[in-house]
Design a binder for this molecule. Sequence first.
Ligand SMILES: C[S@@+](CC[C@H](N)C(=O)[O-])C[C@H]1O[C@@H](n2cnc3c(N)ncnc32)[C@H](O)[C@@H]1O
Length: 234
Amino acid sequence: MRRARLARGKKGKPGSAKRRLVSTGSGSSSSKHHSMVLALYALNHPEVLRKCEGVLELGAGAGVTGLLVAKACGRPADVVLTDGEHHVLELTRRNIEANFKEDGRPSCEYLRWGENVAEFRDKVGTFDLIMATDVLYCPEALEPFFTTARQLMSSKPSAQLLVSHTNRSYVPHYKVRKAGSKCGFKCTDIPLQSIPGCAEMSRATAADPRHPLLQRMQVFRFTLKSSIRADPSS
Ligand SMILES: C[S@@+](CC[C@H](N)C(=O)[O-])C[C@H]1O[C@@H](n2cnc3c(N)ncnc32)[C@H](O)[C@@H]1O
């Protein structure tokens, strides 16, 4: 797979790919690994992408995960990147334009969790795969995040939500599982070691103090519990 190129920032200079990076949104190089983790998972499960009619990223930031998956799935126009900050979406849009031709590129849309989700669903559609990387760092965000995902997935019984999360003291892994369960999701843990490429990345960065988050990262796969799937009002 060709590596997604990120748009050049105001201070960037043409030349190396490194210089073309604006930022991954959080300014942390661990964030790039976060994005890689979910993308690697998706790439290693081609059956997931093959069956997908639509892929959505929540809290896309610069859009690294969505861009990588859009490159890999072969149908970039079926990928929608969202964020709840207009200024962030500006960066997302520039990165899309820098990496895809106009006649087949992912789109990006404003979506703030818990706000006007039904309207968003009516306009943009429903999705088989929803992804989110490094977005759950505020405990208050958990409930709107999961209710938004539920609303976007409820009419597709086989839809799944993939979340890569860093264990943090204020949002530890168990709270993510618990919040998902409270909102009607069944959770499966996907250890990094089980994702080809991630174990190596984790080992390679273990001794590197610039990558402390990778060691505390975990992927969760959420699917809707059958009681929620059967309830059309959910
Ligand atoms: C740490 S950044 C991660 C960005 C990207 N997923 C990545 O891994 O590089 C978190 C992103 O989530 C978005 N976000 C945070 N809270 C949100 C909310 N309530 N609704 C929508 N987006 C939100 C932020 O605007 C930001 O772009």
